[in-house]
Unconditional design. Sequence first.
Length: 56
Amino acid sequence: MPQRRETHAPGSPAPRRGRYVAVGPRGGRTDQTATMKRRGDNLPPTDRSGQRWKPA
């Protein structure tokens, strides 16, 4: 069974540093990315309501 990766709400602290991709409400990837340089920094806002961040 494939492992499901967690998603995080915009504005929440990043659990680890690295690259994140915005995903839609049903899990589809978008073009928006963010690079978090430090663990604990807040994730930025997404382009649309209902999107969340997923580690890339």
